[in-house]
Design a protein around this ligand. Structure first.
Ligand code: 13P
Length: 256
């Protein structure tokens, strides 16, 4: 049994109606079978959570949301709480995606509040971090990633950390077709595990899964997933098609 089971998560972003989502989920479920050797999470938009939840009911595929508000309820137009997501059988939630940081001006403090609200509600956070191209070129990759990891995890306890999933998504690789090389990705993943070891001890850090995201496709997945600190993928474009998503699942099974 490996220390960390690989995980393939599909971030559907703002794609798929409830009916389209249910169809895609049903195709994925049919192809991966009853006992996939890796963890699989589908993250449709809020409006398709219910239909996708129904399509994967009773299967070894989990449901994730793409965002969440930290408060329980209240006057927050357009937002959803942890409790609301749990009521739809959501088990995972993507937090701090770079698109939310950039377009919706989410700060590390706000993202941290979401992480702290997700955990007691049995929602596993998928905390996204990653540098922009300008930051990489300025030699700031490690400083940026460190700030995002430490800022996002403030107040997360040693008991809680093993249920947190980190996703390293270099912004310059998202939706661009420009994938990080396995060595570039591994270097940052190892750096993140080092931060976790300092915060929570080496043994716990070894149990935390760190996913890679950014133009991951069946053609480049095997090499990335073979890296010692890459524990899976957070997939955008290639998660919108059953065949490519299932190919990625199979690549993770082969790398497990
Ligand atoms: P792409 O796979 O489309 O590059 O998107 C990655 C991503 O942002 C997943 O959260």
């Amino acid at each position: 049994m490996p220390l960390r089971k690989k995980l393939i998560a599909g971030n559907w972003k703002m794609h798929k109606t409830p009916a389209e989502g249910a169809r895609l989920a049903a195709e994925i479920v049919a192809a991966v079978g009853k006992e996939p050797a890796v963890d699989i999470v589908l993250c449709p938009p809020y409006t398709a959570l219910e239909s996708v939840g129904r399509a994967i009911d009773g299967q070894e595929v989990r449901l994730g949301a793409q965002n969440m508000h930290p408060e329980k309820n209240g006057a927050f137009t357009g937002e959803c709480s942890a409790e609301m997501l749990r009521a739809l059988y959501v088990t995972h939630v993507i937090l701090g995606h770079s698109e939310r940081r950039a377009y919706f001006v989410e700060t590390d403090d706000f993202i941290n509040r979401k992480v702290l609200a997700a955990l007691p509600n049995q929602l596993k956070p998928i905390l996204c971090v990653g540098e922009t191209l300008a930051e990489r070129e300025a030699g700031q990759t490690f400083a940026v990633v460190q700030q995002q990891v430490e800022g996002g995890l403030k107040g997360v306890t040693a008991e809680q950390i093993t249920t947190v999933i980190i996703a390293y998504e270099p912004v310059w690789a998202i939706g661009t077709g420009k994938v990080a090389t396995p060595a570039q990705a591994q270097e940052v993943h190892a750096f993140i595990r080092g931060i976790l070891a300092k915060l929570y001890g080496a043994a716990r850090a070894q149990k935390v899964r760190i996913l890679y995201g950014g133009s991951m496709k069946p053609a480049n997945a095997a090499e990335l997933l073979a890296q010692p600190d890459i524990d899976g993928g957070l997939i955008g474009g290639a998660a919108l098609d059953a065949r490519s998503f299932v190919d990625l699942v199979n690549a993770a099974v082969a790398a497990q």
